[in-house]
Write a protein that binds this ligand. Structure first.
Ligand code: 5RP
Length: 254
């Protein structure tokens, strides 16, 4: 893990959502007038959108605009009054702010349990600085410890691609993978595949006790599977991680 600076504790016991808000507000302090921002997706990033909207409406951040990482974020940012730009034509993205599902000691991330990993990786990978905002429950010893590692796949032949992903981890104890589904629509019996903003499906990979192999190698091998679009391991991308701790302290790790 990189160097960390901790702020003095905040008073009182905060809920997990309040911790998310604390981390988000701390990240927004990095925003300066005239910046173009990558706008993340999820409940933590939503607090950053709300705070940015407040500051914009107060006239404190002239010239700030954002590139949304999902349709949901696009709608939320528009409601809060953040001017929006498409990725193509945005020019330089100075800073992205987003949550994460997991953060390991080297600041590698799992993202995309909300389904937005592809646009997040495109936009956050294109920016100068990527600030990740989490409450301490997201800190893990190894990626894949607390739930699914998502992989976006094209719908054509998705069960075939799922099979190729399973083959990659053949024999690995505790590994399993499945297509993410959403509950059956009213009047229908079968669950439907979850569809991303890009019209793709998501394969969820589960590892007993996290991924113990070489993350870069696993990333390369996943991306070589024809049918895989992108995966939710964000390796070496975060430049700063802001952690709101249950004891009320906030750590800024670079
Ligand atoms: C969405 C993401 C989110 O950043 C991640 O799922 C964390 O979400 P939350 O802030 O709601 O805990 O990657 O694709």
């Amino acid at each position: 893990m990189g160097s960390a600076a901790a702020s003095p504790p905040l008073s009182g016991k905060l809920t997990q959502d309040e911790l998310k808000r604390v981390a988000a507000h701390r990240a927004v302090e990095f925003v300066e007038p005239g910046m173009t921002l990558g706008l993340g997706t999820g409940s933590t990033a939503a607090h950053a959108l709300d705070r940015l909207g407040e500051l914009l409406r107060a006239g404190a951040l002239p010239g700030v605009a954002g590139v949304p990482t999902s349709l949901k974020t696009e709608a939320h940012a528009a409601r809060t009054g953040i001017p929006l730009l498409p990725l193509a034509g945005a020019g330089r993205i100075h800073l992205s702010i987003d949550g994460a599902d997991e953060v390991d000691p080297d600041l590698n991330l799992v993202k995309g349990r909300g389904g937005s990993l592809l646009r997040e990786k495109m936009i956050e990978g294109a920016g100068d600085r990527f600030v990740v905002i989490v409450d301490e429950s997201k800190l893990v010893p190894r990626l894949g410890c607390t739930g699914a590692v998502p992989v976006e796949v094209v719908p054509f032949g998705a069960p075939h691609t799922l099979g190729l992903i399973r083959n990659l981890f053949d024999g690995l104890a505790g590994f399993h993978a499945r297509l993410r589904t959403v509950p059956a629509a009213e009047g229908k019996e079968e669950e439907a595949p979850f569809v991303t903003d890009n019209g793709n499906y998501i394969v969820e990979m589960f590892f007993d006790d996290g991924i113990r192999g070489d993350l870069r190698d696993i990333s390369d091998r996943l991306l070589r599977i024809t049918g895989v679009v992108e995966h939710g391991m964000f390796l070496g991308m975060a430049t700063t991680v802001i952690v709101a701790n249950k004891d009320g302290t906030v750590a800024v790790i670079n």
